[in-house]
Design a protein around this ligand. Structure first.
Ligand SMILES: Nc1ncnc2c1ncn2[C@@H]1O[C@H](COP(=O)(O)OP(=O)(O)OP(=O)(O)O)[C@@H](O)[C@H]1O
Ligand SMILES: Nc1ncnc2c1ncn2[C@@H]1O[C@H](COP(=O)(O)OP(=O)(O)OP(=O)(O)O)[C@@H](O)[C@H]1O
Ligand SMILES: [Mg+2]
Ligand SMILES: [Mg+2]
Lengths: 257, 257
């Protein structure tokens, strides 16, 4: 309590943010869970995708991470009942440098989460496209990490580095983090490469490759524009059904741990 | 001499690397220019896309940036005549932290380029998906920056931050950098959003939005797999023709400066 899950992959544009906001929305809206999204990306897109206006620094997660404000003054409600967010803005990049100079820099977000006054069932953390201090913090603060993978040739290359980071967090800092699973995103089955990469990943990852795949769909883009996750405003679309199925599979996997 | 161009956009997966390797290949192969690609992304994908095996740290750009080796021992030929590369590997992330502690940290790559023994006509720099010290170095070392933009809602949001960084490099460090232009990538005209974003960007950017657009095409993916840019192994495909046209438009713009 609460269940902390990071969505991470240092490759850019693979659907991390889209996954965070849609899985969080399914958990809150369909499963009536109390969910907090922690936006640990200076781009702040998870915050925007959940309907927030761009926040100023003093009302962003930076203010809490630098102890400028207590975290309960930073938490924001969203238009979705039971779904809250700790929003970020571009100053999180400078905050990352500030944090990175401190001893125990990987544990700053973990301590922040421990200090949360409310009880959440789930905390879902969005990460930036790199393996820097913010990502270390997300991973160290999490029980589980979910890895979205685009069926592209460069996707497999980056996994080794991500595992190496996780291994160092385990061996040096006794992190409790486990990989809950990997899953294919932006899947377009018309292309040969999709099938090639799927085969390759099934072979490499075995059970660690989730069954659910997220299809390529422009519907997700509309959600970003509206500031409402696709699973909320267009629940019958195939991509919404897929994110619902992904969330169910995640809950099953967590349950069997 | 040489003409230094960075390809930058902190949003992930918008086609920076694909643009760097294909424009560089057109310049070298079709226009017979001497071209150096500088891979300033710890992911090292530009290096892989140009046919190199993964390099060890002592043979990567990190070794030159930390003065461990002279840069001429790091430069590698590629299978494409007249196209060389300064390759990177994941240790460039650690090198970035090392560099970021030094005075004049934004000018390290610029000094490295000045020390190059060979004469190149063009230097094309690939950047990571963030506005960190490596990207500052790429921008500060460049005469021009090219900005690929995916027609997606989050794309416009990040441009402000990029301009802010460029403005600070100008005002604080007297950088000479200019935005050569922005261009749409991964364009799929079946989607309404593509037309919406195109209109919006034409309105906002005017002349600064290049005419050439790069269509969405799985052919680019094959090039990554083969380690041969698409413009080389499949020059008649629409995406290759588009990268050729983009290169011509870039040369025209440079010429009219
Ligand atoms: N299944 C999908 N189908 C179609 N488009 C998608 C899908 N998933 C994500 N996208 C779109 O692709 C782009 C990148 O997605 P997103 O921002 O979620 O990725 P990301 O991994 O968080 O990117 P970054 O590395 O920059 O943080 C967005 O414009 C998003 O709307
Ligand atoms: N025009 C295009 N059509 C189809 N796929 C493309 C196109 N341009 C790039 N891609 C693919 O999209 C993915 C991302 O492209 P690329 O790696 O060039 O982007 P990037 O901006 O360099 O990413 P990063 O932010 O991670 O450095 C790659 O798998 C690439 O093959
Ligand atoms: Mg994101
Ligand atoms: Mg890249």
């Amino acid at each position: 309590h609460p269940l902390r899950i990071s969505v991470a992959n240092q490759k850019g544009g693979v659907g991390k943010t889209s996954t965070v906001v849609n899985v969080a929305a399914v958990l809150a809206h369909k499963f009536k869970m109390d969910v907090l999204v922690v936006d640990l990306d200076p781009q702040g897109h998870a915050s925007l995708a959940l309907g927030l206006e761009r926040v100023s620094t003093e009302f962003s997660i930076s203010a809490a991470l630098t102890s400028y404000k207590p975290v309960k003054e930073i938490i924001r409600e969203t238009p979705i009942d039971k779904l809250h967010v700790l929003p970020s803005n571009e100053d999180l990049a400078a905050t990352e440098e500030y944090i990175s100079r401190q001893p125990g820099r990987e544990a700053v977000v973990s301590k922040l989460i421990e200090s949360l006054p409310m009880r959440y069932d789930f905390i879902i953390i969005d990460t930036p496209p790199n393996l820097g201090v913010l990502t270390f913090n997300a991973l160290y603060a999490s029980k589980f990490v979910l890895v979205p993978i685009q069926p592209r040739y460069f996707s497999i290359d980056g996994l080794r580095r991500l595992y190496h980071v996780i291994e160092l967090l385990h061996s040096r800092l006794r992190a409790e983090l486990e990989v809950l699973g990997h899953f294919l995103t932006m899947v377009d089955n018309r292309y040969k490469i999709t099938h090639e990469i799927r085969q390759d990943l099934r072979h490499r990852l075995g059970e660690s490759l989730l069954r659910t795949e997220i299809p390529s769909s422009v519907r997700l883009e509309e959600g970003h524009f509206l500031g409402r996750p696709c699973v909320i405003y267009n629940p019958d679309s195939p991509v919404s059904k897929a994110y619902e199925a992904l969330t169910v599979e995640i809950l099953e996997r967590i349950g069997s741990h």
